[in-house]
Ligand binder design. Sequence first.
Ligand SMILES: *[C@@H]1O[C@H](CO)[C@@H](O)[C@H](O)[C@H]1NC(C)=O
Length: 311
Amino acid sequence: MEFMELLNQSRVSEFVLLGLTDSENIQILLFVFFSVVYVATVLGNLLIVVAVFCVSNLNTPMYFLLGNLSFVDITLASFATPKMIINLLRKQKTISFAGCFTQIFLLHFLGGVEMVLLVSMAYDRYVAICKPLHYMNIMNKKVCVLLVVTSWFLGLLHSGLQIPFVVNLPFCGSNVVDSIFCDLPLVAKLACTDTYFVEIVIVAHSGMISLSCFTVLLISYSLILVAIRNRSSAGQSKARSTLTAHITVVILFFGPCIFIYIWPFSNHSVDKFLAIFYTIVTPILNPIIYTLRNKEMKTAMKKLWDIFYKF
Ligand SMILES: *[C@@H]1O[C@H](CO)[C@@H](O)[C@H](O)[C@H]1NC(C)=O
C-alpha cells in the first residue's frame, strides 16, 4: 500500500519546457518577435489558401498542392508555438503529461504530412517540366486528391506507430525537457528505465523517413535541373526560380530534421534552436517565397484584393 502511494506520488504528471533562454529581457524580446512571426505565418498562409480557392487561374495541380501545404503550415505553426510564446512570459513553464504527448503526436503527424506533400510537389514539377505533354493526363484531379489523402494517411501512420513505444514508458524521475516543445528523443530519455532500444527504434523511424524523403527530393530536383539545362532561356529562368524556391524550403525543413534524428543521443544544445526551423521558419517561408517571387501569385493577390474591395 505504502509502496503504491510512493509510486503514485513520484509519477510524473507534467513536464517542464525549459525554452530557449533564462534571461528575462531576451524572453520579452522573443515574445514580441515570435508573436509577430506567428501572426504573419497564419495570415500569410491563410491568404494562399483563400487565393487558391477563389482565384480561377490558380486552379492547377501545383497550386492545389501549395494550398494544402499552406494549410499544413498553419497547423504545424500552431501545435506548439502559441504555447511556447505564452510560456516565455510565465515563471512556471509546465505542460501536462497529455499535452506533452499531444505535441509529440502532432509534430510527427503534421511533419509527416508536410514531408509527403513536399515530395508530391516535387513530383508535380518533375512531370510538368520533364513530361509536359502528359502533364494534364498524369496530374489530373483524382491524382491530386489521392496525393493529399496519402500524405495525411502516411503522417498518421508515422506518428501513430511511434507514440505507443513512448507513452507507456514509466516516468517517475526528472521531468525537465530542454526544448521549446516535447519531442520523442528528449521525452523518451526521461523515462526511468533503459530506453536505449526504444530510442533506436524511434530515431531509426523518424530519421529514415526524413532521410529517404530528402533523397527522393534531391534526385527529382536533380533530374529536373538536368532536363532544363538545354532549354530556351525564358522557360528556363521561370522553371529555375520555381525550383530554387522549392529547394530552399526543402533544405531548411529537412536539414534540421535529419540532424536531430540521425544524432539523437548526443544531446546537442543546438537541437532546440534547430526545432525552430521546422515549426517556425518553414511555415512562414512558403507565403514569403510563393507570393513575393511568383508572378501568378502576385496577379492572384491583386484579383483577390479586387474581389474584397467590391464588398
Ligand atoms: C486540399 O486538398 C483537399 C482534398 O484533396 C481539397 O479538397 C482542397 O481543395 C485542397 N485545399 C486547397 C487550399 O487547395
